[in-house]
Design a protein around this ligand. Sequence first.
Ligand code: GDP
Ligand code: MG
Length: 256
Amino acid sequence: MFSGRRIVVVVPAFNEAQKIARTVRSVPGFVDHVIVVDDSSTDGTPRIARRSQRRGLEVLSHQRNRGVGAAIATGYARACALGADVTAVMAGDSQMDPADLAALVGVVVSGRADYAKGNRFAWPGVCRVMPLHRLVGNFVLSHLTRLASGYTHLFDSQCGYTAANRRALDAIAAGPVFPRYGYPNHLLVRLAAVGARAVDVPVRPVYGPAWRSGIRISRVLVPLGLLLVRAFCARLRRSFARRLWRSQTLAELPPT
Ligand SMILES: Nc1nc2c(ncn2[C@@H]2O[C@H](COP(=O)(O)OP(=O)(O)O)[C@@H](O)[C@H]2O)c(=O)[nH]1
Ligand SMILES: [Mg+2]
């Protein structure tokens, strides 16, 4: 519990046998439930996760690999069923500092936001820690996601360290989520469309010597680019419809 609220952490994990136990054990004590969502890992990830024996731990497995976005959607659905007030996401590879979780959850619990996400660019020295190609890719995608969503106050769109309240989860669950690595961008676009309040919280970038990533940019680029273009067009349509409605309403008012 955190200020009397039920907190759930969703941990997507694919072939994380080396790191999943450490990740699960590192989740702060105020978290009531930890849901690991495995995706047909071939290295024993779910078995090792179960052995961590953390209080409130559940391990779910997809029958076939469906992607990190789909795994998070599965975790969100389970969190709702468990009556979560706030649901956070932490990667299964220990790349998210547990010390930052209270700040993310706190912003949502206090009612200042429906959705809080990490911003590693707000961390001093990020340029020394994050690999150059990641800095550049993230910079470009963050700007495109700002345009597509209208959340011009947010940055680091690719940071998956997040906390969401029930309103945000309901908005996310309104349709299928981008199943693979473009999911953080898709969630922001969907939340913006319903007027959810989203904020950035500074979090520490973690890139150890054994750092690796499953992202294959060549596979993500086209579908993610299309998603952002479509979202941008939908935002323009919404804004146009709003302006039209406003001008018609003004025209119908009697002259003063
Ligand atoms: N369930 C599930 N988790 C995944 C999948 N792909 C990646 N993940 C997990 O998502 C988290 C982030 O993935 P990673 O490749 O490290 O991305 P990066 O940290 O942004 O470079 C890690 O915990 C992965 O194990 C997947 O297909 N299914
Ligand atoms: Mg990672």
